[in-house]
Design a binder for this molecule. Sequence first.
Ligand code: AMP
Length: 287
Amino acid sequence: MKIAHSLAEYAALRSALDGPTAPRVAYVPTMGALHEGHRSLIKLAKTRGDMIVVSIFVNPLQFGPNEDYARYPRPLEDDLQVCAADGVDIVLVPSVTELYPAGRQVTVDAGALGSVLEGHSRPGHFNGVLTVVLKLFNIIRPQVAVFGEKDAQQLACIQRMVIDFNLAVEIVGAPIVREPDGLALSSRNVFLSASERAVARSLSAALEKAATQGSVRSARAAAYEVLDRAEAEPCFELDYATIVNPATFAEVPDDHVGLAVFVVAARVGGTRLIDNTTINFTPAPWG
Ligand code: AMP
């Protein structure tokens, strides 16, 4: 496994791959603190490409001023061991100063899709995500890139950018990896105390209950039964729990039929958690 700490080091490795027998480069962007969710993306990438590139970069541009950029976990040595064990070919670990040199000005605007829900609670977040992803696509030059469905709105924004900017990268979504009790794996779960960890389970529990319902109205009610109980705990503060169109993230009407995504976000102690599930709503039977 090769480790590139600078863009020049990566460029040298990448240009050696060009030519008539060029391998298909499959790319997994991460912020590190790798867990089984990231590893599942690497595994999926291996089925889609011949060379696997992972980047590890905690992107300051996607964090708000009062968010957890400074304390975000950065266990780089462990991460490199995970990548090596999982058969990654190249890891790019760029520096903030090289990705964001003084004088930079131009950023990507995620549009309406990037200003609702997560984008509403975290202003500028998706502009920061899309800006770094576009830069990394240009640097890495992958044929395919894998993103987790855990960050469903992020995945939708990236798919939108690829269409709107005519990017020659195939985007692949990977299913959410969960703890045995349902909690979605996240690098931020390490911040949860034991009692917060128990309350955090309410997010996936609410989604599980909603997913067994036939209508939007009953799915919402089932989820809120669980979330209302969680809100009785002082450490739990719900941000949103909304059923949305998978492409636009606009709220679907009560009589919606077909696929929709139930997205939830909450603060548990000092930690912001998100989760989602896709539900196929069926037409109500007559009678
Ligand atoms: P992050 O390091 O949090 O920026 O995540 C890097 C990639 O891993 C993103 O595409 C995430 O959606 C994905 N990811 C994070 N957690 C999970 C999970 N529990 N299951 C699947 N993918 C995940």
